[in-house]
Design a binder for this molecule. Sequence first.
Ligand code: ADE
Length: 418
Amino acid sequence: MEYDVKDLSLHEKGREKIEWTDAHMPVLRAIRRRFSREKPLKGKVIGACLHVTSETANLVRTLKEGGAEVYLTASNPLSTQDEVAAALVEDYGISVFAVRGEDRELYYKHIHKVLDKKPNITIDDGADLVSTLFNERKDLIENVIGGSEETTTGVIRLKSMEKDGVLPYPIIAVNDAYTKHLFDNRYGTGQSTIDGILRATNILLAGKTFVVSGYGWCGKGVAMRAKGMGANVVVTEVDSIRALEAFMDGFRVMPIREAAKIGDIFVTVTGDKNVIDKEAFELMKDGVIMGNAGHFDVEINKQYLEENAVSKKRIRHELDEYKLPSGKKVYLIGEGRLLNLASAEGHPGEVMDMSFANQALSCEYLIKNGNKLEKKVYKVPDEIDREVASIKLKEMGISIDTLTPEQAKYISSWNEGT
Ligand code: ADE
């Protein structure tokens, strides 16, 4: 079996972690049991480019149980849990190409290793697999039935490929399922971002001015949890509706150049580049802490810090101190990469359960229906989204009401008015 992981001897620790996480992913377990009986993915090759975490491990186990041959590579150089990668190879017989801290060259070499296996389905988190396939391996397109995309940034990239007429095959936007973004993006990013900040810094959040740039589902989660910890939350936005929403949710809203002067902690979650740039660095107080929870490491202009700082020092695990020419020190978590995975362990199993249930069911859907789909970005079918929510409720022991025939008739008719 081909693989490239840091150290296979870490596998026991990885297996324990995967099993612990699995106990918190009941929907995926239910799907795995069915997949094991029905083998809906039999004979298909799945190439996955995802954060190599214990949650992802349980997804790829499920796909394998469904009969697929699965190859996994990392979707970020700093998010790989080396012990999990080792366990996947040693204990679960899954080919993994991922080493935490790999450089850009190795990152892409690993993507090519997965592409070499001629996938029939691609699963992406950020669209690096599809874009590399399109740019450099066009010969492989004919093997692919379709793909799925995990994250907001990836969906935006893929929609832009669709708009430019270059999307190579149909894609299911798993991110856009309700049972994905309402929970993973909001509660997952909310909690794991706070977790990453605390692990990197061990600072008290109560009483701090905490600036959140971007008020999408992830930003809403981060702002809500920071407020819960007693921070004074400020939101910066470019979208007028989201800015209004943030304000009416009780947060102060202002441009980054104003927020820069008062913030103690800055978190970017916008999906865009240079949100915190030279001007903001110059206005910041001494000692501020910055981190990014968006997909790519472009939101905080790290290059400016690298080129202009008079010194740089790693002072804690995943925390760098930059001394600026003014003498002021600023701190950057996780090299500006998504800090919830670089400095913590990403979202907990309970939310990844639903995200990855959508992934597993979308693979099954693509195999059944891929030949009817066009080269477009599709929503997760509503039946799948609702099935995930129903299984989750059932597994959590929560029952809900059903419409009476009278109610069902009432909401589907127009003729009963005032
Ligand atoms: N994205 C965010 N958190 C994650 C996790 N724990 N595993 C995989 N992908 C993630």
